[in-house]
Ligand binder design. Structure first.
Ligand code: GLP
Length: 261
């Protein structure tokens, strides 16, 4: 895992956007894995800015989002469908028929999840997967104890995640308890995983992900076994990393050909 410690949220957003720009330049018909939550919002704003400046083109791309709340319609204001429309899709030229999110209202959940997996395969697999991390170490909505080889399926949120996400709903009791999420195994098949984490609230999860054992107790820790995983964090999120000076050293001494931004 490449750990890159940056000075603040703005630096994270800018550098994260460069990975998308490079990906789409190298392969205009890329398959992008997208994420929700507060953390990627700055990166999405950067992408919108690049698009308006004619510096990025999504016209041939396809996207798959990680997850959606079960029981919420795409029009529900707190659904991830609404989030993606407002924060990104309404402002860029990614064709609507190539944007995919799990359907929170699917009548046959296992069949819907199997079809979601098949659609990812049919599109050629995910080239670049954006991820945040939950304070309990979840990726997508794969809560602690998720199988490290899981596929897209329904999961039950932990009370901690309900509390963390209550700000989008009003109170924890209004947050749906069930979600549909890509599995850990699904995420691990992406060719490049780009993880973002900001703030002290994520410091313990980041430390468990990067320096803890690979364990279903912290699903993000499985990314230690991913062949190409880049972690962009700010100083606060890096605070509990034992080897943070080494990660800085590595980044400062990167050969020129390996630098991306
Ligand atoms: C949510 C999402 C995750 C996200 C995480 C962190 O539960 N399902 O994909 O990474 O929580 O969210 P935030 O960025 O708001 O801290």
């Amino acid at each position: 895992m490449e750990v890159i410690i940056l000075k603040d949220a703005q630096a994270l957003a800018q550098q994260g956007a460069v990975y998308f720009q490079n990906q789409l330049r190298a392969k205009p018909a890329s398959v992008l894995g997208l994420a929700t939550g507060s953390t990627p919002v700055g990166l999405y704003r950067e992408l919108i800015g690049l698009f308006k400046a004619d510096l990025i083109d999504f016209s041939q791309a396809t996207s798959f989002n990680l997850d959606e709340y079960a029981g919420l319609s795409p029009e529900h204001p707190a659904s991830y469908h609404s989030f993606m429309r407002e924060e990104l899709f309404a402002h860029i030229n990614l064709p609507s028929d190539r944007r995919h999110l799990p359907d929170g209202l699917a009548a046959d959940v296992p069949a819907h999840c199997a079809a979601y997996e098949a659609a990812i395969q049919h599109a050629g697999g995910i080239d670049l997967q954006l991820l945040g991390i939950g304070s309990d170490g979840h990726i997508g909505f794969n809560e602690p104890s998720s199988s490290l080889r899981s596929r897209t399926r329904m999961k039950t949120l932990t009370p901690r995640t309900l509390a963390d996400n209550a700000r989008f709903f009003g109170s924890p009791s209004q947050v749906p308890r069930h979600v549909i999420t890509m599995g850990v195994g699904t995420i691990m098949e992406a060719r490049h995983c780009l993880v973002l984490a900001l703030g002290t609230a994520k410091a313990a999860a980041v430390s468990a992900m990067v320096e803890g054992p690979v364990t279903a107790n912290c699903p993000a820790s499985v990314l230690q076994m991913h062949p190409q995983c880049t972690l962009l964090i700010d100083e606060a999120a890096a605070a509990e990393l034992e080897r943070r000076d080494y990660y800085r050293w590595v980044y400062e001494n990167k050969p020129a050909w390996q630098r991306i931004a």
